[in-house]
Design a protein around this ligand. Structure first.
Ligand code: KG4
Ligand code: ZN
Length: 358
């Protein structure tokens, strides 16, 4: 087979490798999650994450080739996340990519993690967790809402490598807020899926939380006030009120989730109106949220809306490989001297060739 790209993603706590065709079909999508390792700490511990990446990297690389039914000799290029992310985690992926590229004489492309999320709607195939989720005619340009544990941004996507951030969180990311509120309620980690499930049983009108109104204008987000309001409420009422068997617990989860969804969708509506775009992609771990999916379909009628399948929303290497394949030479080439960039900016990391110079 020709034109296959091997993707490698290790920016946070998922060790992932995938084999993707030139047409963005994922032939494999291997992921080793570290959720259990970090669960007792209520969040990702960077040192533990990099050690787990080291242990998982080679078995996951082998699994990606095996699942795709190919050998390394069938691969034409490697695409790897170069930033942003945790330094120790990124290093494991980048050094693996460089070593494989050197030994097997393959070009290595450096990919921006959030740009890969933005491109994720175009990945398809059984290994990607679904088919037919892309609305007919969905293509560039579009507006992307990237919502995860590390990012909450509104991005104008003109082309795979022409991305412009028009709104971002000024404090916590939406996923981070989910994880922190889940910790306050003693729910466990990661908090997003747990709150999502609990919220479905609760009354979202029981607790009224004011939505952050930012003076900075634009399309920015803020979630730390909401998290503090919930911390105060739990403190005032006493944690016993929110014990597992109490209906207040589900009502609080539902009220919190409604506030987050309202903030996200209000900004999307404003941005769609101001840019004149009629296409919106919601990507990143929080895009798995069932409440957000339902509310978006209801509030954004007439908008061509895409939520990739959950496997493509949370961190994965298929989206990294697919973007690498789409950009080809236009993605910056990673040399043996190229380093990770924990703060790689979206504009810098996707402008054609920019990474070559970095
Ligand atoms: O994209 P991702 O796997 O990693 C980052 O790049 O951060 O996103 C992980 C985040 C976590 O904060 C997790 O709580 C959140 O996505 N998440 C959810 C749901 N599933 C995962 N948040 C809300 N609802 C969900 N169903
Ligand atoms: Zn991510």
């Amino acid at each position: 087979m020709n034109g296959l790209t091997l993707g490698i993603e290790t920016s946070c706590d998922e060790t992932a490798c995938a084999v993707v065709t030139r047409e963005s079909e994922a032939l494999s999508n291997a992921i080793a999650s570290q959720v259990e390792l970090h669960a007792s700490y209520g969040g990702v511990v960077p040192e533990l994450a990099s050690r787990a990446h080291l242990a998982n990297m080679i078995p996951i690389y082998e699994a990606a080739l095996r699942d795709a039914g190919v050998a390394i000799g069938d691969i034409s290029a490697i695409a790897v996340t170069r930033g942003p992310g945790l330094v120790g985690s990124l290093l494991v992926g980048l050094e693996t990519a460089k070593s494989l590229g050197y030994v097997h004489h393959l070009p290595v492309r450096g990919i921006h993690h959030v740009a890969a999320h933005v491109y994720s709607p175009f990945v398809h195939g059984r290994a990607a967790g679904g088919e037919g989720f892309l609305p007919a005619g969905f293509d560039f340009p579009y507006l992307a809402l990237a919502v995860s544990g590390g990012h909450t941004s509104l991005i104008v996507a003109e082309a795979p490598d022409r991305l412009r951030t028009i709104g971002r969180t000024v404090d916590d990311a939406a996923g981070e807020a989910y994880d922190k509120v889940a910790r306050l309620l003693g729910l466990g980690y990661p908090g997003g899926p747990l709150i999502d499930r609990l919220a479905a049983e609760g009354d979202s009108t029981r607790y009224a939380f004011t939505r952050a109104r930012l003076k900075t204008g634009g399309f920015n987000f803020s979630f730390s006030g909401l998290k503090t309001a919930i911390a105060r409420l739990v403190e005032r009422e006493g944690s016993i009120v929110f014990a597992p068997e109490r209906p207040e617990r589900a009502d609080l989860a539902a009220s919190f989730q409604a506030a987050v969804i309202d903030s996200l969708l209000t900004n999307c509506e404003r941005a769609l109106e101001s840019t004149g775009f009629s296409r919106l992609a919601v990507v990143g771990g929080v895009a798995c949220n069932r409440g957000l999916r339902c509310a978006a379909a209801e509030r954004l009628r007439g908008v061509s809306l895409v939520f990739p399948p959950p496997l493509l929303c949370t961190d994965n290497a298929a989206m990294v490989a697919a973007l690498g394949a789409a950009l080809g030479e236009r993605a910056g080439r990673v040399e043996l001297s190229t380093n990770v960039d924990t703060n790689l900016s979206l504009e810098q990391g996707t402008e054609s060739g920019a990474m070559q110079r970095a």
